[in-house]
Design a binder for this molecule. Sequence first.
Ligand code: PLP
Length: 421
Amino acid sequence: MAYTFKRDETFARDLDDMDILFSFRERFHIPQHQGAPAIYFCGNSLGLQPKSAHFLFKKELEDWAGLGVEGHFEATNPWFYYANQFSESLAKIIGCLPEEVMAMNTLTVNLHFLLLSFYKPDAKRYKIIMEAGAFPSDQYAIETQVKMHGLNPDEAIIELKPKPGAYCLEDDDILSAIEAAGDELACVLMGGVNYYTGQLYDMAAITKKTHQAGALAGFDLAHATGNVPLSLHKWSVDFACICSYKYLNSGPGGVGALYVHERWGNDQSVFRLAGWWGNEEATRFEMKKGFIPAKGAAGWQISNAPVFNMVGLKASLDIMDNTSMEALRAKSRKMTAYLEYLLRDLDHLSFTIITPTDPDKRGAQLSLLFHKDGKKVFNALTKAGVIADWREPDVIRIAPVPLYNTYSEVYRFYQILKALS
Ligand SMILES: Cc1ncc(COP(=O)(O)O)c(C=O)c1O
């Protein structure tokens, strides 16, 4: 959709007045800067605290104090089932069946567990495709998984690099690389949205091409979850790891989630490292020898639910349940387009927006690569009460989040940049 924007404060305020999601901002604590709300554009790194979190944490503390072990079944939100309550909401956010997703562990831990199940190299099929310059944790995870199988990372990992002079990958280049790897390809593991450039990949096309090559497709959805609509089940994605502390606002180090397509989740023969909590619920407490995996993603659980690391997710999903990814995406597209429109007016600063201009190929985030004075600009923004994030060597990432950011904040941010000499 083409928008008509204006560079004035009243226009930004009018956009806020027309914003059907505006009232959601009230449900979050906004960090303060010198006694006034900061402009928080860092929800792609750590989402804000839902105000309800305080009450929910207190409730769990009270239940623990008052009930002890009885809280497993008698607490207001019984701890035995604590993780199960998130699957319906998460399924709506990532587009899958509720049985295909389960909150557990943390992001990179889930990535490792998934690779243990789905990266099964043999003499012929042993290669794994990923983006060059993926988030370091993903690089380390894949490298060590490859080594664990006794393989040489330089031979087994195919890193996809943008064309010379480009910042982002082209869809066709990704698909051609998958085709070229052919029957040597075991697995593709890409981000859904690249953490550095903000590029949104065509997960449906990547999955289809990967399957045509006879391999499995997995995604690290750290920057995609709650940011862009996903249809993992429909796209037939094999596996994915999900982060809850960015666009889902579950709090620092908040519990991750793991998705497996039902064709794997219902196949008990798929290898996974087991623990008692992944055993089918009915016999979990029989304490017998012989692991019987629960159906679906639940069968990848290992330990009992870390309740206090899940309370933030409860607070956040209660909020997400009151809106939809479609509504969030509509506002997000518009707000990021407004940000881009304003940034393009700033020719006194030397930067390139390396995030794709096509709204279908990005989420909320814009990444500004500074050709000079990047750190100086970043420090000036911080001093002026803008919380953004700096990524070495030269990028400032800005993410207006539709749940709690406003068009007026985007406009004020532009004014702050405009005033810099
Ligand atoms: C793409 C990506 N992968 C992995 C991680 C690491 O997450 P964790 O520390 O929760 O494992 C992050 C964190 O920001 C990330 O953005």
